[in-house]
Design a protein around this ligand. Structure first.
Ligand code: SAH
Ligand code: ZN
Ligand code: ZN
Ligand code: ZN
Ligand code: ZN
Length: 491
């Protein structure tokens, strides 16, 4: 199932009515298609939507493959074995019991990552366990060990700075209900703020694949959910929790904030977010059927073309989101590397005020807040920088480019001065992303791209993104790879 190194990439074919995908323990699988050079699409296959490493989920099936009875049974057995031992309801009951325990009886097993009831202390006596304070109980994202599975589920938690900025912004814009998709720390902060009783309370619902969070929240605060196939592990009872949450009673406005794993596939994510938006629309009064659900999708800036292709109503903001436990994605300023992670939103950009003290300013021409180094270019008529550095205009390219780039006459584009020049090695560069600065092997986006298929861009679809989930990408034409090369971003 791995992309062979000559192929342009692997694309996802979104679910269609009348085609049922087989299920793996993570819900319905996704249909993948190898997209080769010159439009030779390969044999299609089903694979896990959530796990990018076959070690985590080995499901594989050719689209046209007949599956034997024996294999079906084996699959069924595997699914059963992967089901969490306790239900959501069990966890809620446990939590109620736990909360009422005296402080000295509250323990957490670090090895098993669970809250222990007194009767269980014995069974975990050989494990590393720790006492739990009331404050810790309110901060599950601190208590739980972040998952570091490199490929599918690396958990990067917001710094206080970023989390507070997000919450202040949401509160300032008048949102009273926050749908947290893969943002456990945001949900936690909302609940902490509610305790302070300084502001109007906010409601939140966490949708996440990490079932450990079920231990800390009531039924209407957490759903075990897979954002790559919009699958609710708890079935209809669980999706009904979302339906109810999305109903804006008493004028309580809802917004969704999603922070998917960065290696995640843009297309299926966009599809799930569109489905959530559709659900939201159904819950509102008939009549406003043209409005989109407000959304903030947090993702690295180099996915901008791909995200806008799938959801054209979003705009990327300059705000740099940073993370506590990510060695690279930290805020600039102190000489650390700047975070490439941004907010993509359908909230009008002029309404999202970025903090002056962190080096943002308002561009009155663009009508949005930008990084202070992102100087408005009169020729391009926009603030061009994507990475927070000051870009400069190249008249030959007719656009602004990164400061470190020089115009190369042979390549007819701007590139790093020591780029492998087309004059010397016409075929060089990265086949994956098109960058001339590195080879495919060293591509910083290799993993993400392998399944995100950063292929040639189809024309931007008009109309409302959320009403028409993106269709499978247009067939690749010859020469498309070359065009993609030109367009692809370089870090
Ligand atoms: N910055 C966020 C955490 C983002 S890490 C915060 O501080 O709250 C990505 C999150 O997405 C994790 O919580 C992870 O458990 C969740 N996640 C990963 N894969 C997922 C999937 N397939 N479906 C739903 N959630 C997923
Ligand atoms: Zn501007
Ligand atoms: Zn310019
Ligand atoms: Zn140039
Ligand atoms: Zn590359």
């Amino acid at each position: 199932m791995e992309a062979n190194s000559d192929s342009v990439g692997i694309d996802v074919v979104l679910p269609e009515e009348g085609r049922t995908a087989p299920c793996c323990p993570h819900g319905p699988t996704l249909l993948f298609e190898k997209v080769g050079k010159g439009g030779n699409n390969g044999r299609r296959f089903y694979a896990c939507s959530a796990c990018r490493d076959r070690k985590d989920c080995s499901f594989f099936q050719w689209e046209d493959e007949k599956v034997s009875e024996a294999r079906m049974l084996a699959r069924e057995a595997e699914m059963q074995s992967k089901m969490p031992g306790l239900t959501r309801q069990d966890y809620c009951n446990r939590f109620l019991k736990y909360a009422s325990l005296p402080l000295h009886e509250k323990r957490f097993c670090e090895d098993c990552q669970i809250l222990l009831l007194p009767a269980e202390h014995g069974a975990h006596s050989a494990h590393r366990t720790a006492p739990v304070t009331a404050a810790q109980l309110r901060r599950p994202s601190v208590l739980l060990r972040p998952l570091y599975n490199k490929k599918s589920n690396a958990q990067y938690l917001f710094t206080d700075r970023s989390a507070h900025f997000l919450l202040d912004t949401l509160a300032g814009l008048g949102y009273r209900k926050v749908l947290c998709v893969g943002t456990p720390r945001l949900q936690e902060l909302i609940k902490l703020r509610n305790l302070e009783q300084k502001q109007e309370p906010m409601q939140s619902l966490l949708l996440d694949i990490d079932f450990r969070y079920a231990q800390f929240y009531s039924l209407d605060e957490f759903c075990h959910y897979n954002m790559f196939n919009h699958h609710f592990f708890g079935g209809e009872a669980s999706s009904a929790v979302l339906d109810a949450f999305l109903r804006e009673l008493d004028g309580k406005k809802v917004i969704m904030v999603a922070d998917p794993p960065f290696g995640g596939l843009v297309k299926p994510l966009a599809n799930s977010f569109s489905l959530i938006s559709q659900t939201w629309r159904k819950q509102q009064n008939p009549g406003d059927s043209n409005v989109d659900m407000p959304i903030i999708w947090i993702f690295p800036y180099f996915f901008e073309p791909r995200i806008l292709e799938c959801l054209p109503s979003l705009t990327m903001l300059d705000y740099q989101v940073d993370y506590d436990n990510h060695p690279l994605y930290k805020h600039g300023k102190t000489g650390r590397k700047q975070s490439p992670v941004r907010l993509f939103t359908n909230i009008p950009p002029n309404l999202v005020v970025l903090p002056k003290e962190e080096g943002y300013r308002f561009c009155s021409i663009c009508q949005r807040h930008v990084c202070s180094l992102n100087k408005h270019c009169n020729k391009c008529n926009l603030c061009p920088s994507k990475d927070g550095r000051e870009w400069k205009h190249c008249s030959a390219c007719g656009k602004c480019v990164k400061p470190s780039w020089r115009h190369c006459v042979s390549c007819d584009r701007c590139a790093l001065p020591d780029h492998p020049c087309s004059r010397a090695h016409p075929e060089d560069g990265c086949f994956g992303c098109g960058s001339l600065e590195h080879k495919r092997k060293a591509c910083p986006l290799r993993d993400a791209r392998r399944r995100n298929s950063y292929g040639p861009k189809a024309k931007r679809r008009g109309g409302k993104a959320f009403q028409q989930p993106p269709k499978p990408e247009a067939k690749k034409k010859s020469g498309a790879a070359r065009r993609a090369k030109k367009r692809a971003p370089t870090l």
